[in-house]
Design a protein around this ligand. Structure first.
Ligand SMILES: NC(=O)c1ccc[n+]([C@@H]2O[C@H](COP(=O)([O-])OP(=O)(O)OC[C@H]3O[C@@H](n4cnc5c(N)ncnc54)[C@H](OP(=O)(O)O)[C@@H]3O)[C@@H](O)[C@H]2O)c1
Length: 245
């Protein structure tokens, strides 16, 4: 799909990958709806991005998700593309994974995107089509110590996305999943870390240097245009996800 003149909801647009994506899509002629919890940041950003609007919302709250869709409809009268990007990491070994924290991460990284999809699908169907891009993670393709809960959430999101892709083909609604590699954003700072984990970081063992948010934004744009099912930050990631033992 070409993004020119399309109405695009970008969640997590106040920072990192979402921010870079909102800017890039606007440069390519899209009208962007900026969504996150940070009202002031979004309003400032909206002044910098032509034709964009800001809607503050907590993507773990179904009532907020419904309001984002309603306000977008009121303002633009249509929704062509949804980018489910808002998310947060959680570092904890399986043994120490806090169940309440896992519920929160699952709500944000999986249930919120699912609820947002459910809100926009009928609108896109009436329009004759649309695109939904869900931001998963390369960790969904790996078995990294301390990342069990987070990577499981991102794998759940990938499976929901690819299942929805099959279900919605007939409605011309294209669902894609994006797997970023380690990306230089506030993500690591915002990652919830169990104290028992002693702040051990995965980045120290990373095989390649991190990517910029702009690189991932270009991958997301490529994904919208190509309508591919799975978009990997790097080709070598395509071979991941299979154990050899
Ligand atoms: N950076 C990486 O290495 C990496 C790698 C793979 C995948 N990813 C994924 O990429 C996506 C973007 O992450 P990022 O790297 O750009 O991280 P980031 O800089 O921490 O940005 C996260 C965004 O999500 C928003 N957000 C967090 N909780 C929210 C909530 N409850 N409701 C609404 N918005 C919320 C934040 O905005 P507010 O705080 O204003 O609400 C912010 O805009 C995430 O889904 C992440 O899992 C990142």
């Amino acid at each position: 799909m070409n993004v020119q003149d399309k109405i695009v909801i970008v969640t997590g647009a106040s920072s990192g990958i979402g921010l870079a994506t909102a800017k890039l899509l606007a440069e390519h002629g899209a009208k962007v709806v900026l969504v996150s919890r940070s009202k002031e940041k979004l309003e400032k950003l909206s002044k910098e991005i032509p034709l964009s609007i800001a809607i503050d919302a907590d993507m773990t709250k179904i009532s907020d998700i419904k309001r984002v869709v309603e306000q977008t409809q009121e303002h633009f009268g249509r929704i062509d593309i949804l980018i489910n990007n808002a998310g947060q990491g959680y570092d904890a070994p399986i043994e120490k994974t806090n169940i309440d924290t896992f519920h929160y991460i699952f709500d944000l990284d999986v249930v919120g995107p699912l609820a947002a999809m459910q809100q926009v699908i009928p609108i896109m169907r009436k329009l004759g089509g649309g695109a939904i891009i869900n931001i998963s993670s390369g960790t969904a393709l790996m078995y990294l110590p301390n990342m069990g809960a987070y990577s499981a959430s991102k794998r759940a999101l990938a499976n929901i996305s690819l299942t929805a892709r099959e279900e919605l083909k007939k409605d011309n609604i294209i669902i894609s999943v994006v797997y970023p590699y380690i990306t230089l954003t506030d993500f690591e700072n915002n990652t919830i870390k169990e104290p028992a984990n002693n702040g051990e970081e995965q980045a120290g063992n990373a095989p390649f240097p991190p990517d910029s948010a702009e690189l991932v934004a270009h991958k997301i744009l490529d994904g919208i245009e190509s309508e591919a099912a799975e978009i990997f930050a790097h080709d070598w990631m395509k071979k991941m996800g299979r154990r050899e033992d």
